[in-house]
Ligand binder design. Structure first.
Ligand code: KYN
Ligand code: ZN
Ligand code: ZN
Length: 207
C-alpha cells in the first residue's frame, strides 16, 4: 500500500494569513509546570488560515455553515492537474483536460508555495469554470492558493459561481511535491457548527 502524502500547510505562529486577518497563534496557556499535570494549549486563528474549506456562509449570509456540509465530498478519489502554465484559466482551457469520471479536482497552479509568504499574484479562474466542472460531475475543487477569486476581489464571482454549481471549495493546498494524477483524497473540516470556514488536514494517497 502506498503512503499518504500530507498536502496541508503546517499551522504555526509564522504562517501567512490573509492581509489584515487575525494572525495564527498557538501557545501553551497552562503548562505542566504550572498545572502540575499537563500542558494545555490555546489557539487563536482565522477560519481561512492554512489549508481550509469554505462554507457558503463565508460569502452568503443565508448560506450553509461548516457543520451543514456533506462529509462525502471531502473523502474520495481526486485528480491532480498541473495548470502552472496558465495565468488565466477558463472552461475552454479545461476542455482539453481529461476529466471523465473525476469527482474531485485539485489544481496545481504554481511550482512552489511558501506558506509563510502571502502571494502577490495568483491564478485567475474564470467563473465559467464552475458550471463546466459541475457538468463533469465534480463535487470539490481544491487550489494551492489562498482564494479561488483574485486577491482584490470583493464580489467573489468564482466563489458564487462554484456555490451555484454545488462545487465545494478548498484553498491553500500544498501541491509542490505532488505529481499530476489520480489519488485518494481526505480533507475533513472540523465540526464547527456555525462557522464560515474550517481548517482541514488534507492528504493524498496514490491510486
Ligand atoms: N476577504 C478576506 C478577508 C479576511 C479573511 C479572508 C478573506 C477572504 O476572502 C479569503 C478567501 N477568499 C477565502 O475564502 O479564504
Ligand atoms: Zn477560504
Ligand atoms: Zn475562499
Amino acid at each position: 500500500m502506498k503512503k499518504w502524502i500530507d498536502i496541508s500547510q503546517p499551522l504555526h505562529n509564522r504562517i501567512a494569513v490573509w492581509p489584515g486577518d487575525t494572525p495564527f497563534h498557538y501557545e501553551v496557556s497552562w503548562s505542566k509546570a504550572d498545572s502540575g499535570s499537563v500542558n494545555v494549549g490555546k489557539l487563536t486563528m482565522s477560519t481561512h488560515t492554512g489549508t481550509h474549506a469554505d462554507a457558503p456562509f463565508h460569502f452568503t449570509d443565508d448560506g450553509q455553515r461548516i457543520l451543514d456540509l456533506d462529509l462525502e465530498r471531502f473523502i474520495g478519489p481526486a485528480r491532480v492537474v498541473d495548470v502552472t502554465a496558465f495565468s488565466v484559466l477558463t472552461a475552454a482551457d479545461l476542455a482539453g483536460v481529461p476529466l471523465e469520471g473525476v469527482t474531485r479536482l485539485l489544481l496545481k497552479t504554481r511550482h512552489s508555495c511558501n506558506p509563510q509568504e502571502f502571494p502577490s499574484r495568483i491564478l485567475q479562474l474564470d467563473p465559467d469554470v464552475a458550471p463546466f466542472l459541475a457538468e463533469k460531475g465534480i463535487l470539490l475543487l481544491g487550489v494551492d492558493i489562498p482564494s479561488v477569486d483574485l486577491l482584490d476581489s470583493k464580489e467573489l464571482p468564482v466563489h458564487h459561481a462554484l456555490l451555484a454549481s454545488h462545487v465545494q471549495i478548498v484553498e491553500n493546498l500544498v501541491l509542490d511535491a505532488v505529481e499530476p494524477g489520480d489519488y485518494e483524497f481526505i480533507g475533513l473540516p472540523l465540526p464547527l457548527q456555525d462557522s464560515d470556514g474550517s481548517p482541514i488536514r488534507a492528504v493524498l494517497r496514490p491510486l
